[in-house]
Design a binder for this molecule. Structure first.
Ligand code: ZN
Length: 242
C-alpha cells in the first residue's frame, strides 16, 4: 500500500512572536505534529508554513498531498484568497482536510462549511473533558476510555455555527460550564474533513497522547479513496434506452 502523504500546515507566527509559545513548541506547532505523525512509517509527512512562497502550498505540493492538517489563528487574513480557493478545490477532489483548533475561522474551513463558524471562547485555560460520543468511529480508535481530559485548554463553546456534521465523534465539557461539539466529520464531494477543537498555542496539547492518537486516526480516516476523478454534466446512456 502506498504511503499516505501528509502535509502539516501552520501559520508559524505565535511561536516566533511569543516566548511562551516558542519555548513550548521550539520546532513550531507544525514540527510537533509532524514529529508524532512521522513515527508512523506508513505516513510520508512534510510541513508548510504561511510565510513561505505561496504559503508553502504550491500546485505541486497540493497535488502531492493526500491529507492536509491545518493550524492557523492570528493571521487567517494573510492567506491569499487564491491559495485558499486552490485548497478548497483539492478537498472537493479528494484531499483530506483536518482543521485543528482555531482553524475553525480559516478561509478554507469557512468556505468548505458555508457558515460563519463562529463560537464562544474563553482563553484563560481550564480543564476540558473530551467525551467519545461515537465509539465505533475510526477516529475514536485506540482511546482507552469513554473520555479523556486535557488539564488546560482554551474554552470553545456552543453555539458553534457550523452546518450539522455528518458525524460527531467527540463532545467536550469545560470546567466553566460550556459544552462544544469538539470532533466533527464532513464529506464535501470526494473529500473528507475533520474538525478537532483542542490545540491552543499556549498549552502543551499537541504533546498529549490522546490528542496525538485522534489526529493520527483522523489522517487515516481522511485519506482519499483510490477513485477516479468525478465527472458531472451531460452523461451518455450506458446502453440504448428502449
Ligand atoms: Zn486558541
Amino acid at each position: 500500500m502506498a504511503k499516505i502523504r501528509v502535509t502539516v500546515w501552520n501559520e508559524y507566527r505565535h511561536e516566533k512572536r511569543s516566548e511562551v509559545v516558542g519555548d513550548l513548541y521550539p520546532e513550531g506547532i507544525h514540527g510537533a505534529i509532524a514529529g508524532f505523525l512521522g513515527t508512523d512509517a506508513d505516513l510520508e509527512v512534510t510541513t508548510a508554513t504561511l510565510d513561505e512562497p505561496e504559503h508553502g502550498l504550491t500546485d505541486d505540493v497540493l497535488a502531492a498531498t493526500d491529507v492536509l492538517v491545518w493550524w492557523g489563528h492570528m493571521a487567517h487574513h494573510d492567506l491569499s484568497d487564491e491559495v485558499a480557493e486552490k485548497v478548497v478545490k483539492r478537498v472537493w477532489n479528494g484531499m483530506g482536510f483536518i482543521a485543528l483548533h482555531s482553524a475553525h475561522f480559516s478561509k478554507v474551513f469557512k468556505r468548505l462549511m458555508g457558515t460563519t463558524c463562529d463560537l464562544k471562547w474563553r482563553g484563560q485555560g481550564e480543564k476540558e473533558r473530551v467525551w467519545v460520543v461515537e465509539p465505533s468511529h475510526p477516529i475514536a480508535a485506540n482511546l482507552e476510555k469513554d473520555y479523556f481530559e486535557i488539564p488546560l485548554e482554551e474554552m470553545y463553546g456552543e453555539r458553534f455555527d457550523i452546518p450539522a456534521p455528518d458525524e460527531i465523534v467527540f463532545m467536550s465539557w469545560f470546567a466553566g460550564g460550556n459544552v462544544f461539539r469538539s470532533g466533527c466529520c464532513y464529506r464535501r464531494n470526494q473529500g473528507k474533513i475533520f474538525y478537532f477543537q483542542p490545540g491552543h498555542e499556549t498549552f502543551p496539547t499537541f504533546f498529549q497522547k490522546e490528542v496525538q492518537t485522534v489526529i493520527h486516526n483522523a489522517v487515516y480516516w481522511a485519506a482519499p479513496n483510490n477513485r477516479p476523478q468525478l465527472t458531472f454534466g451531460f452523461h451518455e446512456p450506458l446502453e440504448p434506452i428502449e
